[in-house]
Design a protein around this ligand. Structure first.
Ligand SMILES: [Mg+2]
Ligand SMILES: [Zn+2]
Length: 250
């Protein structure tokens, strides 16, 4: 692996997979909040533990462009003083998975398609939801990339483990940019990337996906239409599951 990485970097930014890397016809990069789950769990945590008024204030600042994606992720938790155990329990109890998600994951598992769950949410609550609602072996097929909740004496803080790589790849507004996941799958030899999302932070993902899925009536779907980004709109994830199976067969 190290040799492979070394030889790649000597080739600069050539996006072609090395000939010795296995060709993977399809891979998935999927958002979590509002995409895998019906509601945005991060928002629900903020409102429940930190108060609806604080959450509304943060959202309004975001809509006025006073906060970027990283800023809103930090902002919604500054009035949350709950413990990690409380946050995990709340998330597991309140999350409802979108219909078709298990089928989508199962399609990726069956065909050996990599599945990156790229979330601007916090690893701890995403894991709690997956543990409660996604059976094995499907759960182990998920490669989770999320931010880290920093639980301590003060308010809930957030660490962005992917911030440096996001900036290197040209994005400083997402905090954890999903373009990093797209680039990594391409480097592994994935030929077609299915990007799935609903929000502001999924723009960088859908722009770079070969098959883009945006949740119907979401910010992302409106943005795709405006920017003429070809996309499929979804309410359930069965079409995305079918797209994985069809693309894997080709
Ligand atoms: Mg989302
Ligand atoms: Zn970005």
């Amino acid at each position: 692996m190290l040799l492979w990485l070394a030889s790649r970097s000597s080739r600069g930014y050539d996006p072609r997979p090395m000939s010795d890397s296995p060709a993977l016809p399809v891979g998935v990069v999927c958002d979590f909040d509002g995409t895998v789950t019906v509601l945005d769990i991060g928002d629900e945590i903020s409102r429940h533990f930190g108060g609806d008024a604080h959450w509304q204030t943060q959202k309004a600042a975001f809509l006025r462009h006073e906060l970027d994606t990283r800023g809103i992720i930090l902002g919604i938790y500054t009035s949350v003083f709950a413990s990690e155990a409380e946050v995990r329990k709340f998330a597991a109890e309140h999350a409802v998975l979108r219909k078709g998600f298990l089928e989508l994951l199962s399609a990726a598992h069956e065909t050996g398609a990599p599945f990156i769950l790229a979330s601007g949410g916090l690893r701890q609550y995403v894991e709690a939801v997956l543990e409660a609602h996604v059976p094995e072996p499907l759960r182990s097929h998920i490669e989770l990339r999320a931010n880290e909740g920093l639980f301590g004496d003060g308010p809930l803080g957030v660490h962005f483990p992917w911030a440096t790589r996001s900036r290197v790849l040209g994005c400083s507004s997402c905090g954890t940019c999903k373009r990093v996941s797209v680039a990594d799958l391409r480097a592994r030899g994935v030929q077609k990337i299915l990007g799935i999302g609903d929000g502001f932070a999924d723009r960088c993902l859908l722009e770079r996906s070969d098959l883009a899925f945006a949740r119907k009536d979401s910010y992302l779907a409106r943005w795709c239409t405006e920017k003429k980004v070809a996309h499929t709109e979804f309410e359930e994830l069965f079409d995305a599951a079918r797209a994985v199976l069809d693309t894997a067969k080709r």
